[in-house]
Design a protein around this ligand. Structure first.
Ligand code: AMP
Length: 213
C-alpha cells in the first residue's frame, strides 16, 4: 500500500499513521520527524532546516525532495509506504511523481484530513511532546501525569517551538497558500479521499479497508 496523508498541521496525520501502521506494517515517512532528527543530530541538513522550521516556514523544496527521494529508495519502502507531511508544495508533488515513476511505483490513495483553522490552533497550542521518545501529550485532552517528565521514558516533555500560537497561524497560512492546492492536484489524479479529522484515530484506516474491499 502506498499512501499520502495530507492535511493542515495539527490535523492528526501522525495519529492516523500510528493506527495504520498497527494494521499494515509499511514504512512511515514523516518529513517533520526526519528533519527534527537532523536538527537534533546537528547535521548540515538540520542546520539549514532549523530556521525555517522555527519560523513555521517550509524548508526549501530541493532539500526535502532529495531527502525523500533517498528515503523512498530504501529497502523497507518496497512493500509500501505512508508519506506524512510530504508533499507540501506542487513542486514536491511533481518531484514525487517522477521519483515513483522511476521506482516503478504508483500511489493507491491520498487521504486529505479535513479540519478548520480554529480547531488546529486550539489543538496545537495545548500539544506537548517528549524530547526523547516523541510521545505526544495534550494539556487539555491528555495531560502528562508527571508534569514535564515523560510517563513512558522519563524524558523532558516540552512545547515545540513551532507550536506557539503565532507560529501556528503562520504554518496555517503557509498550508493554505502552498499545500492546499494539492487537494485539487490529487483530485485530478483520481486518488484523493476526504476524511473528517474529527472521525477518530482510525478514520483513515477504515477508509483504506473499505477501498481494499
Ligand atoms: P511537521 O511535523 O510535519 O508539521 O513539520 C514540521 C516542520 O518541518 C514544518 O513546519 C516545515 O518547516 C518542515 N517540513 C516538514 N515537511 C516538510 C515538507 N514536505 N516541505 C517543507 N518543509 C517541511
Amino acid at each position: 500500500m502506498r499512501i499520502i496523508l495530507l492535511g493542515a498541521p495539527g490535523a492528526g496525520k501522525g495519529t492516523q499513521a500510528e493506527s495504520i501502521k498497527k494494521k499494515y506494517p509499511i514504512a512511515h515517512i514523516s518529513t517533520g520527524d526526519i528533519l527534527r532528527a537532523n536538527v537534533k543530530a546537528g547535521t548540515e541538513l538540520g542546520k539549514c532546516a532549523k530556521e525555517y522550521m522555527d519560523a513555521g516556514k517550509l524548508v526549501p523544496d530541493e532539500l526535502i525532495i532529495k531527502m525523500v527521494g533517498a528515503r523512498l529508495a530504501e529497502a523497507d519502502c518496497k512493500e509500501g509506504f505512508m508519506l506524512d507531511g510530504f508533499p507540501r508544495t506542487t513542486a514536491q508533488a511533481e518531484a514525487l511523481k517522477a521519483i515513483l515513476a522511476q521506482l516503478g511505483m504508483k500511489l493507491d490513495a491520498v487521504a486529505n484530513l479535513v479540519i478548520d483553522d480554529e480547531t488546529v490552533v486550539s489543538r496545537l497550542v495545548s500539544r506537548r511532546v517528549c524530547k526523547k521518545c516523541g510521545e505526544i501529550y495534550n494539556t487539555v485532552m491528555k495531560p502528562c501525569s508527571t508534569g514535564s517528565v515523560c510517563e513512558k521514558c522519563g524524558g523532558e516533555v516540552i512545547q515545540r517551538d513551532d507550536d506557539k500560537e503565532s507560529v501556528i497561524r503562520n504554518r496555517l497560512s503557509v498550508f493554505h497558500e502552498q499545500t492546499a492546492p494539492l487537494i485539487d492536484y490529487y483530485t485530478k489524479e483520481g486518488v484523493l479521499v476526504n476524511v473528517d479529522s474529527s472521525g477518530g484515530k482510525d478514520a483513515v484506516l477504515k477508509i483504506l479497508e473499505q477501498m481494499r474491499g
